[in-house]
Design a protein. Structure first.
Length: 161
């Protein structure tokens, strides 16, 4: 089980997206995600958020919001609890990232990127400025098998294979 942070930095109707292209054995390989990473010993989620944003972008956060808790359950990667943030205030300009390519993407174009299916759910919630939420995403391989929002009801994705 892991605890991580994920941040979608906002500027001018765009989110800063990271295209994960560097690490070979990366569960996010070739996917587009926000910036963030694993909590280290003794860190709060906010400590981790600030450290990871600085490490991956060179920016210092000045204004951010804790938006939700996402529980990822994967038959390949185990369980991860992710603290989800947006940030509208920061100093500095994003620089090169050792984990992939950073790019400002218009919010209305983000869903056309190579995303995890479950990410589309929470990105819509962020875009709609939904109140704090808890979202459980269960994957079988790369297929979203089930999702539950705020503990109410389960929606199952059924696809022809």
């Amino acid at each position: 089980m892991k605890i991580t942070t994920l941040c979608y930095m906002e500027r001018g109707g765009r989110w800063l997206m990271l295209h994960r292209t560097v690490k070979e054995n990366d569960e996010n390989r070739d996917k587009w995600i926000g910036v963030g990473g694993k909590l280290e010993e003794g860190e709060s989620p906010e400590d981790c958020l600030r450290r990871e944003v600085h490490e991956e972008t060179g920016c210092e956060l000045t204004e951010f919001r804790f938006r939700g808790l996402v529980t990822f359950v994967s038959d390949r990667w185990g369980t991860e609890y992710m603290c989800l943030y947006t940030a509208s205030g920061f100093t500095g300009s994003p620089h090169g990232c050792g984990e992939g390519v950073l790019e400002w993407v218009p919010k209305d174009e983000v869903e056309s990127l190579n995303l995890w299916e479950g990410d589309k759910i929470f990105l819509r919630l962020l875009a709609e400025d939904a109140p704090f939420f808890s979202l459980k995403l269960r994957y079988e391989g790369e297929r979203l098998a089930e999702w539950v929002l705020n503990g109410r009801g389960a929606a199952k994705e059924k696809r022809d294979e």
